[in-house]
Ligand binder design. Structure first.
Ligand code: BV8
Length: 233
């Protein structure tokens, strides 16, 4: 029998217990910085140094954190299921947990892209990007991150993946940002959704989901243990 296909949509909440700030929790990123001062193309053209510094700080933080039990449980899920991870996170914690099929909707902190050509992308690692670090086309390297107001190149591929899901697992996202949040409507009729999030999710677009109101690191190991024991969701 073909393996069931579980699609996992993750957001900042899955990395919270690794020590990375979420966007909306009280001391989240938005408070420390006005998002429109650091995560838009306008911000970058207005103050490149500020934007590069903001992402240099977050990239450096990756060397101080590691995947948590939630990330590791998702890797374990691959023992008996086909698993596709669609993440809004720009950290590399799913990679470091060993997941094998990861789609970063909003880019990756460890990569850079040409300011002139978004398709010119290279692996950068954890060190800072400074003014003067140039792409082969001569333009300044910028973070390979999708800013507000920029198109999400991977969205149609992600929608196709969701259409083939036998189950959708949503972990740690407020589903506030589009078009990513719209992926929850791409699953086929009758496909069930499980949400892992300690928050209320009151204005989330998912109705009738099985909502486990616990943190990722506490809920995922036991949920995935149950699925693996049963061999099915
Ligand atoms: C686009 C990378 C069009 C950057 C990100 C009005 C004005 C301007 C724009 C818009 C507008 N209205 C709508 C838009 C579109 C806009 C948008 O949706 N804005 C929102 C704010 C309304 N979207 C865009 O601009 C997108 N592009 O639309 O382009 C276009 C098309 C063609 C041509 C040209 C243009 C691009 C959006 C991408 C932005 N980049 N990230 C960076 O990281 O610096 S978004 C960023 O925030 C994340 O990637 C993520 O997607 C998003 C939301 O964050 P979450 O991951 O959900 O985290 P959050 O803190 O919100 O929630 C945490 C959750 O975890 C909570 O539910 C919490 O309860 C839970 N939690 C907490 N602890 C735990 C936990 N769960 C489990 N365990 C725990 N321990």
């Amino acid at each position: 029998m073909a393996k069931q296909h579980i699609v996992v949509l993750t957001g900042a909440g899955i990395s919270a217990e690794s020590g990375l700030k979420t966007f909306r929790d009280n001391d989240g990123l938005w408070e420390n910085y006005n998002v429109y001062e650091v995560a838009t193309p306008e911000a970058y053209s207005k103050d490149r140094e500020l934007v590069l510094r903001f992402y240099n700080q977050r990239r450096a933080q990756l060397t101080e954190v590691k995947p948590n039990a939630g990330h590791l449980a998702l890797q374990k899920l691959e023992d008996k299921f086909k698993v596709s991870i669609i993440t809004q996170n720009i950290d590399d914690l799913h990679e470091r947990a060993g997941s094998s099929d990861i789609h970063h909707l909003h880019g990756e902190l460890v990569k850079v892209q040409s300011t002139r050509n978004p398709n010119l992308v290279e692996h950068w690692g954890y060190h800072p990007v400074e003014i003067g670090d140039k792409a082969p086309d001569g333009s300044q390297w910028r973070p390979h991150v999708v800013w507000f107001g920029e198109p999400v190149p991977g969205i149609s591929k992600a929608a196709k993946i969701c259409q083939t899901a036998d189950h959708l697992l949503v972990v740690g996202t407020s589903l506030a940002v589009y078009p990513a949040a719209g992926l929850v409507h791409e699953i086929a009729p009758g496909v069930n959704v499980t949400v892992v999030d300690p928050g209320e999710m009151e204005d989330s677009p998912i109705r009738g989901a099985n909502h486990i109101r616990k943190s990722a690191a506490s809920a995922l190991p036991e949920l995935i243990e149950k699925w693996l024991d049963r061999g099915m969701v």
